[in-house]
Design a protein around this ligand. Structure first.
Ligand code: FES
Length: 164
């Protein structure tokens, strides 16, 4: 199948609002794969507009470029992605997005309480994270990351703390 004439990097820049240098950077990261025409100019598939727009959106949601790259790996190389290809990527992205939203909601709701980070600096850390038990679950603010405080701790104290 003959390749389309493609679009220029300037066109992509104008349509996406991305700087030409940003698109070149994304190229070095394998997020878009232009080819060279007979005159040696970079040419992109028109569908790369959507691909770059996806990159911008995913970055706004806080995904790293390697994460975004792994999402885009699901799209076919060498041909324009179909609606079904995008639907598959969208389902995968939604799963990750839901997990991220759940983390953000926990963060929003619990940031003023003990987050299981090991600092033990708040009065209620003694109840939720006695002796830094959260450290056994791994690194980081475990209760924001989805781990629950152990139920073996004094539930009575915890309940009375919740009422305060
Ligand atoms: S807030 Fe850090 S251990 Fe409780």
């Amino acid at each position: 199948m003959a390749r389309s004439a493609g679009v220029s990097i300037g066109y992509l820049s104008e349509r996406t609002g991305l700087a030409v240098s940003a698109i070149r950077y994304y190229e070095t990261q394998g997020l878009v794969e232009p080819w060279r025409n007979a005159g040696g100019q970079r040419r992109f598939e028109r569908a790369d507009l959507r691909r770059l727009s996806f990159v911008m959106i995913a970055q706004k949601f806080g995904f790293s470029l390697p994460e975004i790259q792994s999402f885009l790996k699901g799209l076919p190389g060498g041909r324009t992605p179909t609606k079904a290809d995008w639907a598959q990527l969208s389902a995968q992205f939604r799963e990750h997005l839901d997990a991220r939203i759940a983390t953000l909601e926990r963060m929003r709701d619990n940031l003023d309480g003990c987050i299981g980070c090991g600092c033990l600096s708040l009065p209620n850390c003694k109840l939720y994270n006695p002796d830094d038990e959260a450290a056994q679950k791994g690194q980081g603010p475990r209760y924001l990351m989805g781990d629950a405080p152990d139920r073996s701790a004094d539930d009575g104290n915890r309940a009375s703390n919740d009422e305060n």
